[in-house]
Structures are given as structure tokens and as C-alpha cells.
Design a protein around this ligand. Structure first.
Ligand code: BG6
Length: 291
């Protein structure tokens, strides 16, 4: 790799895992090679945009709780009934840092790559190359490119599982999903259609909004800001907050942390998974900014 820009440094972060620290005139960010995980993004003079759990593991083979986990090649439990870690293996593996460069406007771009290996083939038959670009500036821009490098058709699910930091999830509202049909995963899974009012979180919430390419805006009156999640190449959006009981059940999440986070996930899951012909690639992106 070429010389790092002055705004970028690499060190051993929590748990001794390698991380990339980016400090630009506009913002600071932190990205772990473990899972290509963005754990921190904070525009100057603002509160962090991403939530991170105080209880998160930082350990090889375990997911990081908070920031932006990458789910691939499946989302949640594996659908084909075979064993495998929830949300796939991409968030559990060490990615290669392939580049770090100035990208105009004082922004910095970090590039990471994960390719299939004997270890991934033991879990899942497909051969793939994932290239992830994280652009840090006034906005955080994420682009995940998936290429099918096998000689057979491949079907994948994927998510940029963004944990947003909020003042109090009970007080925020979410715009952008009015009239969209969703699969409600709390209790017995069933399908509902969202009404016209902005969404309020009043209980455990775990929904896959289907066939939507819309931008979501989280209005946070407590912190006097709106967080905008704009996406591309994505046909589903997951909205998740574990609320009280589920928080207690998660060992790597504090019992009282749930009011401070809300996941708005840019994804292609369930019947909106992506099918790739041999050699074909697909790019999904999310741009996160505050206003
Ligand atoms: C969300 C799912 O995307 O991730 C939830 O919709 C799940 O069902 C949550 O509980 C967290 O998953 P994990 O594997 O990181 O605990």
C-alpha cells in the first residue's frame, strides 16, 4: 500500500485488533479491520453519529456491537437451515486494508477487501470478492461492492447494519417509510403496512421494510438534530431497537443502553437478496449525515 495520508494512522485498538483512525478537518472516524467495522464517526463540534456499546467484544471471531457491522452473505439466521453465525461471517473476519487516500474536499477514503478462502468455503460454497469503501468527511459514505468470482450463480443477503446514536429512542421519529409494507419479526412474524405518520419506537422493534429505496430521516429533538440515511443499490431497510428484555438477554450489550441507539439498516434481504451471475458485481451504498 502507498504512504498513508497525514489524516490517517493505524494502531492496535481495543482487544489488540488493528484499527484505522481518520482525523480530517471535518470529522473523525475509526475503522477496525476486524469485520471492516466502522466503530466511530463524529463530525467536528457534534456528538458521535454512531452508537457503540460499552459492553462490546473486541475479539477475533466475535462481532462488534455498535457502529456499522457488515452482514454477508446472509442476514440473521441462515435461511437454508445450515449452521452458521447470525448475519454471516463477514463481520467476524479480518479484512485487508487495500488503500487510504485523499478524496477531495479534505475527505479521506479507506478501502478494505475480503475474499473467499478455504475457511469461508467450509461455511458457504460461493467464491466472492468484497470491496468496501469508507469515505470520511462532513458525511460518512459507505460503499460495499460484492463480486461473484465463482463460476456459478450466487445469491446473497447483505446489510450495512448502522447503529445510530440518539438522545432517547422513545423521543425520536423516523420519516421515509410511510406506506411501506414490512415484515414484523417481533413475536410471530407477520406482515404489516406502515401508516402515514412518522414512526415512533414504543416497544421492541424488529422490522424489515420491503421494496423501499427511500432515504430515512431520524428526527432527534433531544439533541436538536436530524440524522439522514440515504441509500443506493438497496431494496430493503431494517429498523431495530431491542428495548428492555432483549437488551438484558444480549451479553455484549448493556441492559440500559437501548434508549441510546436505533438501527436503520441499508440492506438487501429475504426475497430482495441479490442474485449474481458469474463475474457479476453489485454495489450497495449508504450516506449518513446530520442536519
Ligand atoms: C437486526 C435483526 O438486524 O440485528 C435483529 O433484525 C437482531 O433480529 C439484531 O437481533 C442484532 O443481531 P446480532 O446478531 O448482532 O445480535
Amino acid at each position: 500500500m502507498q504512504k498513508l495520508p497525514d489524516a490517517v494512522r493505524i494502531d492496535a485498538g481495543r482487544g489488540g485488533l488493528w484499527r484505522v483512525i481518520v482525523e480530517t478537518p471535518q470529522a473523525e472516524a475509526e475503522i477496525y479491520r476486524h469485520g471492516a467495522h466502522v466503530t466511530h464517526f463524529q463530525p467536528r463540534g457534534q456528538k458521535p453519529v454512531l452508537f457503540m456499546s460499552e459492553k462490546s467484544s473486541f475479539e477475533a471471531g466475535k462481532p462488534i456491537r455498535g457502529g456499522v457491522p457488515i452482514c454477508f452473505p446472509w442476514f440473521g439466521a441462515r435461511e437454508d437451515g445450515r449452521p452458521g453465525p447470525p448475519h454471516g461471517f463477514a463481520r467476524l473476519l479480518e479484512w485487508e486494508l487495500t488503500g487510504a487516500e485523499e478524496a477531495g474536499n479534505g475527505d479521506i477514503e479507506i478501502h478494505l477487501r475480503l475474499v473467499s478462502s478455504e475457511a469461508t468455503r467450509k461455511e458457504w460454497a460461493g467464491d466472492f470478492e468484497l470491496n468496501y469503501t469508507v469515505r470520511v468527511g462532513a458525511m460518512l459514505s459507505l460503499k460495499l461492492d460484492v463480486r461473484n468470482t465463482s463460476n456459478q450463480e450466487m445469491r446473497i443477503e447483505e446489510a450495512l447494519h448502522t447503529y445510530l446514536a440518539v438522545s432517547d429512542v422513545k423521543r425520536v421519529s423516523i420519516e421515509g417509510l410511510a406506506g411501506v409494507t414490512y415484515s414484523d419479526r417481533v413475536g410471530t412474524p407477520h406482515t404489516e403496512t406502515e401508516g402515514s405518520a412518522p414512526i415512533r419506537i414504543t416497544a421492541e422493534t424488529d422490522r424489515i421494510y420491503l421494496n423501499t429505496r427511500s432515504t430515512c430521516v431520524v428526527d432527534d429533538p433531544g439533541w436538536g438534530r436530524r440524522v439522514v440515511v440515504e441509500k443506493s443499490g438497496s431494496n430493503t431497510t431494517v429498523v431495530w431497537n431491542p428495548w428492555i428484555a432483549k437488551s438484558k438477554a444480549m451479553p455484549d450489550f448493556g441492559d440500559d443502553e437501548w434508549p441510546g441507539m436505533l438501527c436503520i439498516e441499508t440492506c438487501n434481504v429475504r426475497e430482495f437478496g441479490v442474485t449474481l451471475a458469474p463475474g457479476q458485481s453489485h454495489t450497495m451504498g449508504a450516506v449518513i449525515r446530520t442536519e
